[in-house]
Write a protein that binds this ligand. Sequence first.
Ligand code: NAD
Length: 268
Amino acid sequence: MQSISTGSKEVLDLTGRKGLIVGIANEHSLAWSAAEHFSNAGAQLAITYLNDKAKPHVAPLAEQVAAPILMPCNVSVPGQLEAVFEAMREQWGRLDFLLHAVAWARKEDLHGRLTDCSTEGFAESMVVSCHSLIRMAKLAEPLMDKGGSLMTLSYYGAEKVVDHYNVMGPVKAALEASVRYLAHELGPKHIRVNAISAGAVKTRAASGIEHFDELLNETMRKAPLRRTVDACEVGRAALLLASDYTTAITGEVLYVDAGFHIEGMVFH
Ligand code: NAD
């Protein structure tokens, strides 16, 4: 695969930019790959971890990119997300970009039919995986008085039925619609809001989806590029959306999926 980074440096420059990454669980996380690209491009990062159990997996990564802010953030714990924004306000006084890479659903909802999804389970998944982006947008707005870039991660199951994606389908659909509404509302303040619809990548979140290997095989069979994607390619797209090379792009869902989403009925 063609490399577009020169050593540990990136071709795109984010020198002096400040960015927040929410959603690193370990070195396989899509958000970690993005963090590496942001950091190699010269950005300073605030990184969060879910809880004490996650901290030992995330702290060494934060150290690797010399993140000056490392804080706990479970979006369901009142005050934790607000505390992260307060720390950024105190240390930086501003924020240039953020990556929301958070998704969660109860196991029974992830593995069961949408038809059987409980009110509580549906609401919890929506609050964690979708409304948290809206909260981040609200908290970021005053820190982005010179504009900024908000990014989130979605999946093709938002748009078409994907077997075993279950409740996450409607949740990601709501997330993509929220991207468009936030982009509409924040555009006049030069704040861009975009989603990256990533192809299937083996991560911890992905391991919660049943028959995930079949999904990977189907991608390889059907995608125009005849392969799956890797976290690095998703991270690179995030770098692009954080950079000044995409200043006219907002409200967009950018597919980083080897072209999988364009195929309808295919016979190969
Ligand atoms: P991952 O498990 O590495 O990341 C998921 C993250 O969500 C974890 O860091 C976890 O701590 C965080 N999270 C869950 N509940 C949270 C909460 N209450 N508060 C704060 N954080 C919480 O897996 P990933 O695949 O890198 O997932 C990142 C994003 O990418 C998700 O939105 C996922 O839906 C999306 N995505 C993944 C794929 C894939 O195939 N891996 C494809 C398309 C989109």
